[in-house]
Ligand binder design. Structure first.
Ligand SMILES: Cc1cc2nc3c(=O)[nH]c(=O)nc-3n(C[C@H](O)[C@H](O)[C@H](O)COP(=O)(O)OP(=O)(O)OC[C@H]3O[C@@H](n4cnc5c(N)ncnc54)[C@H](O)[C@@H]3O)c2cc1C
Length: 396
């Protein structure tokens, strides 16, 4: 039986995990990433779940301590900064860039192709032809689209785009030297919530990982979820300082200074340690909180995984875990499969992956309504509010 030739479109967490797992099965895998440079600055903090790090644990010598930090507490702060609720917690924290660095170091660089932006494809019974904006056309037996929340493949196959939730996340990071000792102590080793009914902030430490994939330091990152109705104010916020209207994120250093100044002024009303963290972060950036439902994840020889498939809001902290779980189940479906068996393998993979994605989508929509809806119906001790992919996982 000849080997399956697969293209993975999108070389981030989902794409790299799928690429590694398919490669391990003997599939000939090429990853195509639109970015011309190594992905470095995408996002900030990630809470680790079992699927997120399963590849490292089962298939590499990279240990959890090489790419993530432990924690011992989860806390909710009152407006005056005192602790309203506290419990023991063993969540592990990492950074998007730390996971990326670890996964990328394990994939064959000769088969990771930067500056390849998928713009179109056609398929027939025997294969898929991919076309790239930078030129060139390639044919494959299998195409795995891991091209993220704004997936061109999802739109082309199923006509589905991500929808804005009605709130954005202002995000930023501070090192120890930027914060007072008092604030560092409150936020260190801890997942912190600050809630006010119609907005909330989360903050937790994230590691810095060097090129040899070892933790060298750590900082505190935050996301401040703020309601901004779709319309002129939202459009202005999402327009960067060069005048470009961004669709999903305004990267670090690109938000208009006026918007940053207003956000920092508003931060004064947050609990004091959070106000300090938010107010002192250099180059805060903005992520529009969106989600996307999709009726199918596979069509013929092409499939969608991760955020390109069903995109969930971040409140269960499980998006990259879902991307990894999609990749693991895909690899299981391809065990012993040759080029002719691709459509059937994708059909068998699709149902459970879709179910998992939709359950997470529904759960995170409900969490978003309760966190941002102004009704004050988010109870800190409710086990349903915990993070996790398939079921909320209570901290140990
Ligand atoms: C505020 C916030 C907090 C979060 N916190 C957590 C958390 O704690 N835990 C967690 O598990 N998840 C979290 N997530 C979700 C997580 O970041 C995403 O689910 C995860 O990054 C999705 O990975 P992905 O590989 O599917 O897509 P992405 O990381 O979006 O990667 C898509 C890739 O495709 C490339 N691409 C796009 N279009 C093309 C094209 N046409 N051709 C070629 N390449 C293309 C892009 O350049 C990019 O590299 C959070 C998300 C947000 C917004």
């Amino acid at each position: 039986m000849s080997a399956v030739r697969a293209a993975v479109v999108g070389g981030s967490l989902g794409g790299l995990t799928a690429g590694l797992l398919l490669r391990d099965l003997g599939v000939e895998v090429d990853i195509f990433e639109r970015s011309p440079v190594a992905l470095e600055g995408l996002g900030a903090g990630i809470i680790v779940h079992e699927p997120t790090v399963r590849y490292f644990v089962e298939r590499s010598s990279i240990s959890l301590d090489d790419i993530s930090l432990t924690s011992d507490r989860l806390q909710y702060l009152r407006p005056d900064g005192s602790v309203e609720h506290e419990e023991k917690s063993d969540y592990r924290f990492t950074a998007w860039s730390s996971l990326f660095r670890g996964l990328e170091s394990l994939f064959d660089q000769g088969r990771y192709h930067r500056s390849h932006t998928l713009v179109g494809f056609d398929q027939d019974a025997d294969g898929v032809d991919l076309r790239f904006a930078e030129g060139g056309e390639r044919r494959f037996d299998l195409v795995v689209c891991a091209d993220g929340v704004s997936s061109a493949a999802r739109r082309r196959l199923f006509g589905v785009d991500a929808e804005y939730s009605g709130y954005v996340g202002w995000r930023g990071i501070c090192g120890r030297e930027e914060l007072s000792g008092e604030t560092w102590e409150v936020l260190d080793n801890t997942f912190t919530y600050a809630l006010s009914g119609d907005e909330h902030v989360v903050a937790y430490p994230i590691p810095t990982v060097d090129r040899d994939v070892h933790v060298t330091d750590y900082r505190i990152n935050f996301t401040w979820y703020r309601n901004v109705e779709a319309g002129p104010d939202y459009d202005e916020l999402m327009t960067d300082r060069t005048g470009l209207r961004r669709s999903i994120s305004v990267p670090a250093g690109s938000a208009q200074e006026r918007q940053v100044a207003r956000m920092r002024a508003d931060a004064a009303r947050l609990p004091p340690p959070i106000a300090e963290l938010v107010g002192r972060a250099q180059d805060p950036f903005i992520t529009a909180i969106v989600d996307a439902d999709c009726p199918h994840l596979a069509g013929g020889r092409i499939c969608l995984i991760g955020d390109a498939a069903v995109t969930a809001r971040p409140h269960a902290a499980a998006g990259s875990a879902k991307a990894a779980a999609d990749a693991w189940s895909l690899a299981e479906a391809f065990e012993g499969v040759g080029p002719d068996g691709v459509p059937e393998a994708l059909r068998s993979w699709e149902g459970p992956a879709l179910e998992r994605g939709r359950a997470l989508l529904e759960r995170t929509r409900d969490m978003g309504r309760r966190l941002q809806g102004g009704k004050g119906d988010w109870k800190p001790a409710d086990p349903g509010n915990r993070f996790g992919l398939e079921t909320p996982r209570a901290p140990a």
